[in-house]
Design a protein around this ligand. Structure first.
Ligand code: ATP
Ligand code: MG
Length: 453
Protein backbone atom coordinates (compact mmCIF):
# COMPACT_ATOMS: atom_id res chain seq x y z
CA UNK A 1 0.00 0.00 0.00
CA UNK A 2 1.29 3.48 -0.88
CA UNK A 3 1.71 5.58 2.27
CA UNK A 4 -0.17 8.84 2.23
CA UNK A 5 1.74 11.56 4.04
CA UNK A 6 0.28 14.64 5.70
CA UNK A 7 2.12 17.50 7.39
CA UNK A 8 0.17 19.66 9.86
CA UNK A 9 1.47 23.17 10.60
CA UNK A 10 -0.28 24.88 13.52
CA UNK A 11 0.86 26.75 16.63
CA UNK A 12 -1.75 25.14 18.90
CA UNK A 13 -0.44 21.97 20.51
CA UNK A 14 -3.91 20.49 21.18
CA UNK A 15 -4.88 20.86 17.50
CA UNK A 16 -1.68 19.16 16.37
CA UNK A 17 -2.32 16.27 18.75
CA UNK A 18 -5.97 15.74 17.91
CA UNK A 19 -5.38 15.95 14.16
CA UNK A 20 -2.44 13.56 14.37
CA UNK A 21 -4.59 11.08 16.30
CA UNK A 22 -7.54 11.21 13.93
CA UNK A 23 -5.44 11.11 10.75
CA UNK A 24 -3.25 8.24 11.98
CA UNK A 25 -6.41 6.29 12.78
CA UNK A 26 -7.24 6.75 9.09
CA UNK A 27 -3.86 5.21 8.14
CA UNK A 28 -2.17 8.45 7.10
CA UNK A 29 1.46 9.04 8.01
CA UNK A 30 1.44 12.32 9.91
CA UNK A 31 4.08 14.79 11.01
CA UNK A 32 3.42 18.03 12.83
CA UNK A 33 5.23 21.28 13.42
CA UNK A 34 4.45 24.49 15.28
CA UNK A 35 5.76 27.18 12.97
CA UNK A 36 5.79 28.11 9.33
CA UNK A 37 9.57 28.31 9.08
CA UNK A 38 10.00 24.83 10.54
CA UNK A 39 7.17 23.68 8.30
CA UNK A 40 9.04 24.81 5.19
CA UNK A 41 12.08 22.77 6.22
CA UNK A 42 9.91 19.75 7.07
CA UNK A 43 8.26 19.82 3.64
CA UNK A 44 11.65 19.31 2.01
CA UNK A 45 12.56 16.37 4.25
CA UNK A 46 9.20 14.67 4.74
CA UNK A 47 7.77 15.37 1.25
CA UNK A 48 4.14 15.27 2.32
CA UNK A 49 1.36 14.68 -0.17
CA UNK A 50 -0.75 17.27 1.58
CA UNK A 51 0.00 20.14 3.97
CA UNK A 52 -2.62 21.33 6.47
CA UNK A 53 -1.64 24.92 7.25
CA UNK A 54 -3.02 27.26 9.90
CA UNK A 55 -3.57 30.85 8.78
CA UNK A 56 -3.14 32.59 12.12
CA UNK A 57 0.10 31.76 13.89
CA UNK A 58 1.88 34.16 16.28
CA UNK A 59 5.22 33.84 14.48
CA UNK A 60 4.14 33.54 10.88
CA UNK A 61 1.38 34.60 8.57
CA UNK A 62 -0.02 31.39 7.08
CA UNK A 63 -0.76 33.09 3.76
CA UNK A 64 2.89 34.12 3.44
CA UNK A 65 3.98 30.57 4.25
CA UNK A 66 1.57 29.35 1.57
CA UNK A 67 3.14 31.75 -0.93
CA UNK A 68 6.63 30.50 -0.10
CA UNK A 69 5.55 26.86 -0.46
CA UNK A 70 3.93 27.54 -3.83
CA UNK A 71 6.94 29.47 -5.10
CA UNK A 72 9.27 26.49 -4.69
CA UNK A 73 6.74 23.66 -5.02
CA UNK A 74 3.84 24.84 -7.20
CA UNK A 75 2.35 21.34 -7.26
CA UNK A 76 2.22 20.97 -3.45
CA UNK A 77 -1.34 20.51 -2.20
CA UNK A 78 -2.08 22.80 0.76
CA UNK A 79 -5.32 22.99 2.74
CA UNK A 80 -5.67 26.10 4.89
CA UNK A 81 -7.24 26.06 8.39
CA UNK A 82 -8.53 29.02 10.33
CA UNK A 83 -10.63 29.79 13.36
CA UNK A 84 -11.28 33.33 12.25
CA UNK A 85 -12.20 32.43 8.74
CA UNK A 86 -13.63 35.16 6.65
CA UNK A 87 -14.69 34.73 3.06
CA UNK A 88 -12.01 37.23 2.12
CA UNK A 89 -9.12 35.26 3.59
CA UNK A 90 -10.50 32.06 2.10
CA UNK A 91 -10.63 33.67 -1.34
CA UNK A 92 -7.14 35.06 -0.89
CA UNK A 93 -5.83 31.61 0.07
CA UNK A 94 -7.43 29.96 -2.95
CA UNK A 95 -6.01 32.67 -5.21
CA UNK A 96 -2.57 31.97 -3.80
CA UNK A 97 -2.99 28.35 -4.81
CA UNK A 98 -4.47 26.63 -1.74
CA UNK A 99 -6.49 23.53 -2.61
CA UNK A 100 -9.24 24.33 -0.10
CA UNK A 101 -10.04 26.03 3.17
CA UNK A 102 -11.49 24.52 6.37
CA UNK A 103 -12.81 26.38 9.40
CA UNK A 104 -11.92 25.66 13.00
CA UNK A 105 -13.17 23.98 15.12
CA UNK A 106 -12.41 21.32 12.58
CA UNK A 107 -15.21 19.01 11.64
CA UNK A 108 -13.25 15.79 11.11
CA UNK A 109 -15.68 14.14 8.71
CA UNK A 110 -15.55 17.23 6.56
CA UNK A 111 -11.74 17.22 6.65
CA UNK A 112 -11.60 13.56 5.65
CA UNK A 113 -13.84 14.19 2.64
CA UNK A 114 -11.64 17.14 1.68
CA UNK A 115 -8.53 14.98 1.95
CA UNK A 116 -10.13 12.30 -0.16
CA UNK A 117 -10.81 14.87 -2.89
CA UNK A 118 -7.28 16.21 -2.65
CA UNK A 119 -5.77 12.73 -3.06
CA UNK A 120 -8.08 12.05 -5.99
CA UNK A 121 -6.91 15.24 -7.67
CA UNK A 122 -3.28 14.37 -7.00
CA UNK A 123 -3.76 10.94 -8.60
CA UNK A 124 -5.47 12.50 -11.63
CA UNK A 125 -2.71 15.06 -12.02
CA UNK A 126 0.03 12.48 -11.98
CA UNK A 127 -1.90 10.24 -14.36
CA UNK A 128 -2.35 13.22 -16.64
CA UNK A 129 1.37 13.94 -16.56
CA UNK A 130 2.22 10.31 -17.38
CA UNK A 131 -0.19 10.40 -20.32
CA UNK A 132 1.15 13.75 -21.54
CA UNK A 133 4.75 12.52 -21.31
CA UNK A 134 3.76 9.38 -23.21
CA UNK A 135 2.13 11.46 -25.94
CA UNK A 136 5.14 13.74 -26.20
CA UNK A 137 7.46 10.76 -26.32
CA UNK A 138 5.26 9.29 -29.03
CA UNK A 139 5.20 12.52 -30.97
CA UNK A 140 8.91 13.04 -31.38
CA UNK A 141 10.31 13.29 -34.88
CA UNK A 142 12.99 10.63 -34.85
CA UNK A 143 15.90 10.67 -37.30
CA UNK A 144 19.41 12.05 -37.75
CA UNK A 145 19.85 11.47 -41.48
CA UNK A 146 20.54 14.50 -43.66
CA UNK A 147 17.00 14.67 -45.14
CA UNK A 148 15.60 14.42 -41.62
CA UNK A 149 17.92 17.07 -40.19
CA UNK A 150 16.90 19.42 -43.00
CA UNK A 151 13.26 18.66 -42.38
CA UNK A 152 13.57 19.32 -38.65
CA UNK A 153 15.34 22.62 -39.35
CA UNK A 154 12.55 23.67 -41.66
CA UNK A 155 9.94 22.68 -39.07
CA UNK A 156 11.81 24.64 -36.41
CA UNK A 157 11.96 27.79 -38.51
CA UNK A 158 8.38 27.48 -39.71
CA UNK A 159 6.66 26.54 -36.44
CA UNK A 160 6.81 29.89 -34.59
CA UNK A 161 5.59 31.81 -37.63
CA UNK A 162 1.96 32.09 -38.53
CA UNK A 163 2.71 30.89 -42.07
CA UNK A 164 0.36 28.41 -43.66
CA UNK A 165 1.94 25.14 -44.68
CA UNK A 166 1.33 22.38 -47.18
CA UNK A 167 3.01 19.10 -46.25
CA UNK A 168 3.49 16.65 -49.08
CA UNK A 169 4.73 13.09 -48.72
CA UNK A 170 3.92 9.44 -49.33
CA UNK A 171 1.60 7.54 -47.02
CA UNK A 172 2.95 6.99 -43.54
CA UNK A 173 5.92 9.35 -43.85
CA UNK A 174 4.86 11.42 -40.83
CA UNK A 175 2.82 14.27 -42.30
CA UNK A 176 0.39 14.43 -39.40
CA UNK A 177 3.22 14.18 -36.89
CA UNK A 178 4.87 17.18 -38.55
CA UNK A 179 1.61 19.11 -38.50
CA UNK A 180 1.29 18.41 -34.75
CA UNK A 181 4.89 19.45 -34.17
CA UNK A 182 4.29 22.72 -36.02
CA UNK A 183 1.34 23.36 -33.71
CA UNK A 184 3.09 22.30 -30.51
CA UNK A 185 6.03 24.61 -31.17
CA UNK A 186 3.95 27.59 -32.21
CA UNK A 187 2.54 30.43 -30.11
CA UNK A 188 -0.84 28.70 -30.62
CA UNK A 189 0.25 25.58 -28.72
CA UNK A 190 -2.21 26.19 -25.87
CA UNK A 191 -5.13 26.38 -28.30
CA UNK A 192 -6.62 23.47 -30.20
CA UNK A 193 -5.16 21.40 -33.02
CA UNK A 194 -8.17 20.24 -35.02
CA UNK A 195 -7.82 17.72 -37.83
CA UNK A 196 -10.27 17.48 -40.72
CA UNK A 197 -10.08 14.49 -43.00
CA UNK A 198 -11.04 16.20 -46.23
CA UNK A 199 -11.52 12.91 -48.06
CA UNK A 200 -14.04 11.53 -45.59
CA UNK A 201 -16.76 14.17 -45.43
CA UNK A 202 -19.76 13.42 -47.64
CA UNK A 203 -20.83 16.41 -49.75
CA UNK A 204 -24.14 16.81 -47.95
CA UNK A 205 -22.42 17.22 -44.59
CA UNK A 206 -19.59 19.56 -45.61
CA UNK A 207 -21.01 22.81 -44.28
CA UNK A 208 -22.28 21.37 -41.05
CA UNK A 209 -18.99 19.54 -40.37
CA UNK A 210 -16.78 22.50 -41.23
CA UNK A 211 -18.84 25.45 -40.05
CA UNK A 212 -21.32 23.88 -37.61
CA UNK A 213 -25.08 24.31 -37.43
CA UNK A 214 -27.76 25.75 -35.19
CA UNK A 215 -30.39 23.60 -33.49
CA UNK A 216 -33.34 23.03 -35.79
CA UNK A 217 -31.60 24.41 -38.88
CA UNK A 218 -32.43 21.21 -40.80
CA UNK A 219 -34.16 17.91 -40.13
CA UNK A 220 -31.99 15.98 -37.72
CA UNK A 221 -30.21 19.05 -36.30
CA UNK A 222 -31.34 18.30 -32.74
CA UNK A 223 -28.55 20.26 -31.08
CA UNK A 224 -26.29 23.14 -31.98
CA UNK A 225 -23.06 21.78 -33.43
CA UNK A 226 -19.76 23.60 -33.45
CA UNK A 227 -17.88 22.99 -36.70
CA UNK A 228 -14.20 22.18 -37.12
CA UNK A 229 -13.26 25.71 -38.20
CA UNK A 230 -14.79 27.25 -35.10
CA UNK A 231 -13.29 24.56 -32.86
CA UNK A 232 -9.86 25.33 -34.24
CA UNK A 233 -10.32 29.10 -33.97
CA UNK A 234 -7.23 30.64 -32.37
CA UNK A 235 -5.34 27.41 -32.95
CA UNK A 236 -4.32 25.22 -35.89
CA UNK A 237 -6.64 23.69 -38.46
CA UNK A 238 -5.12 20.59 -40.03
CA UNK A 239 -6.64 19.86 -43.43
CA UNK A 240 -5.60 16.27 -44.02
CA UNK A 241 -5.80 14.50 -47.41
CA UNK A 242 -6.38 17.89 -48.97
CA UNK A 243 -5.62 16.53 -52.45
CA UNK A 244 -8.58 14.17 -52.24
CA UNK A 245 -11.36 16.62 -51.57
CA UNK A 246 -14.17 17.13 -54.00
CA UNK A 247 -14.80 20.39 -55.84
CA UNK A 248 -17.67 21.46 -53.57
CA UNK A 249 -15.52 21.22 -50.48
CA UNK A 250 -12.66 23.04 -52.21
CA UNK A 251 -14.84 26.03 -52.99
CA UNK A 252 -16.38 26.14 -49.48
CA UNK A 253 -12.98 26.02 -47.84
CA UNK A 254 -11.46 28.59 -50.18
CA UNK A 255 -14.28 31.01 -49.53
CA UNK A 256 -14.04 30.67 -45.74
CA UNK A 257 -10.28 31.08 -45.79
CA UNK A 258 -10.40 34.11 -48.05
CA UNK A 259 -13.16 35.89 -46.20
CA UNK A 260 -11.88 34.83 -42.76
CA UNK A 261 -15.44 34.54 -41.50
CA UNK A 262 -17.93 31.71 -41.30
CA UNK A 263 -21.54 31.26 -40.37
CA UNK A 264 -23.04 28.18 -38.78
CA UNK A 265 -25.73 26.59 -40.96
CA UNK A 266 -28.98 28.30 -39.94
CA UNK A 267 -27.07 30.85 -37.86
CA UNK A 268 -27.11 34.63 -38.01
CA UNK A 269 -23.80 35.48 -36.39
CA UNK A 270 -20.64 35.96 -38.37
CA UNK A 271 -17.75 34.19 -36.70
CA UNK A 272 -14.38 35.75 -37.40
CA UNK A 273 -11.58 33.31 -37.98
CA UNK A 274 -8.04 33.42 -36.66
CA UNK A 275 -6.58 30.18 -37.97
CA UNK A 276 -3.27 28.79 -38.90
CA UNK A 277 -3.91 26.26 -41.63
CA UNK A 278 -1.65 23.29 -42.17
CA UNK A 279 -2.64 21.01 -45.04
CA UNK A 280 -1.28 17.59 -45.95
CA UNK A 281 -1.50 15.36 -48.98
CA UNK A 282 0.16 12.41 -50.60
CA UNK A 283 -0.69 13.81 -54.01
CA UNK A 284 1.37 16.12 -56.21
CA UNK A 285 -0.95 19.13 -56.06
CA UNK A 286 0.61 20.88 -59.05
CA UNK A 287 -0.15 17.80 -61.11
CA UNK A 288 -3.67 17.68 -59.69
CA UNK A 289 -4.13 21.29 -60.77
CA UNK A 290 -3.04 20.42 -64.32
CA UNK A 291 -5.46 17.51 -64.34
CA UNK A 292 -8.22 19.88 -63.24
CA UNK A 293 -8.75 18.09 -59.91
CA UNK A 294 -7.51 20.82 -57.62
CA UNK A 295 -8.22 24.55 -57.63
CA UNK A 296 -5.17 26.63 -58.37
CA UNK A 297 -6.42 29.57 -56.27
CA UNK A 298 -6.86 27.30 -53.24
CA UNK A 299 -3.38 25.88 -53.76
CA UNK A 300 -1.78 29.32 -53.75
CA UNK A 301 -3.85 30.36 -50.74
CA UNK A 302 -2.63 27.38 -48.71
CA UNK A 303 0.87 26.88 -49.97
CA UNK A 304 2.85 29.64 -48.25
CA UNK A 305 5.46 27.22 -46.95
CA UNK A 306 5.78 23.88 -48.73
CA UNK A 307 7.29 21.01 -46.75
CA UNK A 308 8.18 17.77 -48.49
CA UNK A 309 8.62 14.75 -46.26
CA UNK A 310 11.24 12.21 -47.38
CA UNK A 311 10.27 8.57 -47.75
CA UNK A 312 11.86 6.02 -45.46
CA UNK A 313 13.75 4.62 -48.48
CA UNK A 314 15.52 7.97 -48.78
CA UNK A 315 16.74 7.83 -45.22
CA UNK A 316 17.48 4.21 -44.47
CA UNK A 317 20.18 5.20 -41.99
CA UNK A 318 17.39 6.29 -39.62
CA UNK A 319 15.95 2.77 -39.46
CA UNK A 320 18.01 1.58 -36.43
CA UNK A 321 17.01 4.67 -34.42
CA UNK A 322 13.36 4.30 -35.38
CA UNK A 323 13.38 0.61 -34.51
CA UNK A 324 14.91 1.40 -31.12
CA UNK A 325 12.33 4.15 -30.54
CA UNK A 326 9.40 1.87 -31.37
CA UNK A 327 10.77 -1.03 -29.30
CA UNK A 328 10.92 1.29 -26.27
CA UNK A 329 7.30 2.11 -26.95
CA UNK A 330 6.02 -1.43 -27.48
CA UNK A 331 8.28 -3.31 -25.03
CA UNK A 332 9.09 -0.71 -22.39
CA UNK A 333 11.92 -1.57 -20.04
CA UNK A 334 13.33 -4.36 -22.20
CA UNK A 335 17.02 -4.38 -23.12
CA UNK A 336 17.81 -3.67 -26.71
CA UNK A 337 20.35 -6.02 -28.25
CA UNK A 338 20.84 -4.82 -31.80
CA UNK A 339 21.97 -7.53 -34.16
CA UNK A 340 23.55 -6.19 -37.34
CA UNK A 341 22.01 -8.90 -39.54
CA UNK A 342 18.50 -8.06 -38.40
CA UNK A 343 19.00 -4.41 -39.09
CA UNK A 344 20.45 -4.95 -42.53
CA UNK A 345 17.35 -6.95 -43.44
CA UNK A 346 15.21 -4.06 -42.27
CA UNK A 347 17.37 -1.51 -44.05
CA UNK A 348 17.24 -3.27 -47.40
CA UNK A 349 13.45 -3.55 -47.49
CA UNK A 350 11.72 -0.78 -49.53
CA UNK A 351 9.04 0.11 -46.90
CA UNK A 352 6.29 1.28 -49.26
CA UNK A 353 4.16 2.12 -46.21
CA UNK A 354 7.08 4.12 -44.77
CA UNK A 355 7.29 4.74 -41.02
CA UNK A 356 3.78 3.52 -40.30
CA UNK A 357 4.67 0.15 -41.83
CA UNK A 358 7.94 -0.01 -39.89
CA UNK A 359 6.13 0.90 -36.67
CA UNK A 360 3.51 -1.81 -37.22
CA UNK A 361 6.24 -4.29 -38.01
CA UNK A 362 8.12 -3.53 -34.79
CA UNK A 363 4.91 -3.82 -32.79
CA UNK A 364 4.25 -7.22 -34.35
CA UNK A 365 7.85 -8.31 -33.67
CA UNK A 366 7.51 -7.21 -30.03
CA UNK A 367 4.30 -9.22 -29.64
CA UNK A 368 5.64 -12.30 -31.43
CA UNK A 369 8.78 -12.29 -29.32
CA UNK A 370 6.42 -13.32 -26.52
CA UNK A 371 7.47 -10.75 -23.97
CA UNK A 372 10.99 -12.25 -23.69
CA UNK A 373 14.14 -10.31 -24.25
CA UNK A 374 13.95 -9.54 -27.94
CA UNK A 375 15.96 -12.03 -29.90
CA UNK A 376 17.13 -10.21 -32.96
CA UNK A 377 18.35 -13.17 -34.95
CA UNK A 378 14.84 -14.59 -34.69
CA UNK A 379 13.24 -11.32 -35.59
CA UNK A 380 15.37 -11.13 -38.71
CA UNK A 381 13.48 -14.20 -39.88
CA UNK A 382 10.12 -12.50 -39.69
CA UNK A 383 9.81 -11.09 -43.14
CA UNK A 384 8.59 -7.54 -43.22
CA UNK A 385 5.32 -7.38 -45.08
CA UNK A 386 5.93 -8.01 -48.79
CA UNK A 387 4.60 -5.36 -51.14
CA UNK A 388 1.52 -6.25 -53.15
CA UNK A 389 3.77 -6.54 -56.20
CA UNK A 390 6.18 -8.90 -54.45
CA UNK A 391 3.38 -10.97 -52.97
CA UNK A 392 1.86 -11.90 -56.29
CA UNK A 393 3.23 -13.17 -59.57
CA UNK A 394 2.21 -11.88 -63.03
CA UNK A 395 -0.82 -14.18 -63.33
CA UNK A 396 -1.92 -13.28 -59.88
CA UNK A 397 -1.68 -9.66 -60.85
CA UNK A 398 -4.28 -10.20 -63.61
CA UNK A 399 -6.51 -11.96 -61.14
CA UNK A 400 -6.06 -9.12 -58.67
CA UNK A 401 -6.95 -6.57 -61.31
CA UNK A 402 -10.01 -8.59 -62.27
CA UNK A 403 -11.11 -8.74 -58.64
CA UNK A 404 -10.54 -5.03 -58.21
CA UNK A 405 -12.53 -4.31 -61.38
CA UNK A 406 -15.41 -6.37 -60.11
CA UNK A 407 -15.28 -4.74 -56.70
CA UNK A 408 -15.30 -1.24 -58.19
CA UNK A 409 -18.31 -2.04 -60.40
CA UNK A 410 -20.12 -3.60 -57.46
CA UNK A 411 -19.54 -0.57 -55.23
CA UNK A 412 -20.66 1.77 -58.04
CA UNK A 413 -23.85 -0.22 -58.50
CA UNK A 414 -24.77 -0.29 -54.80
CA UNK A 415 -23.84 3.38 -54.40
CA UNK A 416 -26.14 4.37 -57.22
CA UNK A 417 -28.95 2.19 -55.84
CA UNK A 418 -28.59 4.10 -52.57
CA UNK A 419 -28.49 7.54 -54.16
CA UNK A 420 -24.79 8.00 -53.37
CA UNK A 421 -25.39 7.63 -49.63
CA UNK A 422 -22.22 6.12 -48.22
CA UNK A 423 -23.62 4.95 -44.89
CA UNK A 424 -26.49 3.09 -46.54
CA UNK A 425 -24.14 1.60 -49.14
CA UNK A 426 -21.74 0.42 -46.44
CA UNK A 427 -24.65 -1.15 -44.57
CA UNK A 428 -25.89 -2.84 -47.72
CA UNK A 429 -22.49 -4.26 -48.60
CA UNK A 430 -21.85 -5.21 -44.98
CA UNK A 431 -18.60 -3.34 -44.37
CA UNK A 432 -17.58 -0.44 -42.11
CA UNK A 433 -18.30 3.03 -43.44
CA UNK A 434 -14.63 4.05 -43.06
CA UNK A 435 -13.56 0.93 -44.94
CA UNK A 436 -15.92 1.77 -47.79
CA UNK A 437 -14.52 5.30 -47.85
CA UNK A 438 -11.02 3.96 -48.34
CA UNK A 439 -12.19 1.79 -51.21
CA UNK A 440 -14.07 4.66 -52.83
CA UNK A 441 -10.92 6.73 -52.58
CA UNK A 442 -8.69 3.95 -53.88
CA UNK A 443 -10.91 3.37 -56.91
CA UNK A 444 -11.24 7.11 -57.57
CA UNK A 445 -15.03 6.90 -57.46
CA UNK A 446 -16.80 10.27 -57.55
CA UNK A 447 -19.73 9.85 -55.16
CA UNK A 448 -21.55 12.91 -56.52
CA UNK A 449 -21.86 11.10 -59.87
CA UNK A 450 -23.79 8.39 -58.05
CA UNK A 451 -26.55 10.66 -56.85
CA UNK A 452 -24.78 12.07 -53.78
CA UNK A 453 -24.75 15.80 -53.45
N1 ATP B 1 10.09 10.80 -37.80
C1 ATP B 1 9.29 10.02 -37.09
N2 ATP B 1 9.70 9.57 -35.90
C2 ATP B 1 8.91 8.77 -35.16
N3 ATP B 1 7.69 8.36 -35.52
C3 ATP B 1 7.23 8.76 -36.69
C4 ATP B 1 7.98 9.63 -37.54
N4 ATP B 1 7.24 9.89 -38.64
C5 ATP B 1 6.10 9.21 -38.50
N5 ATP B 1 6.06 8.55 -37.33
C6 ATP B 1 4.97 7.68 -36.85
O1 ATP B 1 4.49 6.95 -37.97
C7 ATP B 1 3.07 6.87 -37.98
C8 ATP B 1 2.54 7.49 -39.26
O2 ATP B 1 2.75 8.89 -39.24
P1 ATP B 1 1.65 9.93 -39.75
O3 ATP B 1 0.29 9.47 -39.41
O4 ATP B 1 2.07 11.28 -39.28
O5 ATP B 1 1.90 9.79 -41.32
P2 ATP B 1 1.10 10.42 -42.53
O6 ATP B 1 2.13 10.88 -43.48
O7 ATP B 1 0.12 11.41 -42.03
O8 ATP B 1 0.37 9.14 -43.11
P3 ATP B 1 -0.90 9.07 -44.12
O9 ATP B 1 -0.43 9.60 -45.43
O10 ATP B 1 -1.18 7.61 -44.20
O11 ATP B 1 -1.98 9.86 -43.51
C9 ATP B 1 2.59 7.60 -36.75
O12 ATP B 1 2.36 6.66 -35.74
C10 ATP B 1 3.75 8.49 -36.38
O13 ATP B 1 3.79 8.73 -35.00
MG1 MG C 1 -1.98 11.32 -42.24
Amino acid sequence: MVLKKILVIDDEENILESLKGVLEDEQFVVETTKSGSQGLLKIKKFQPDIVLLDIWMPEDDGLQVLEKIKRTLPEQIVIMMSGHGTVETAVKAIKLGAFDFIEKPIHFDKLLVMLEHAFEMKALKSENKILRDAIEEDEQLIGTSLPMVRLKQLVQITAPSNGWVVIQGENGTGKELIAKTLHRESPRAKERFVAVNCAAIPDELIESELFGHEKGSFTGAHERKIGKFELANGGTLFLDEVGDMGSKMQSKILRALEECVIQRVGGQDLIELDLRVVAATNKDLKREIKLGHFREDLFYRLNVIPITVPTLRERREDIPLLVEHFIKRFSPGKPFPMAKNALSVLQSYPWPGNIRELKNWVERACILSGGDVLNWSEIANFDPEPTAEEATGPEDKNLREAKAGFEKQFILKVLSENGGNISKTAQHIGIERSHLHKKIKAYGIDVSDQGGN
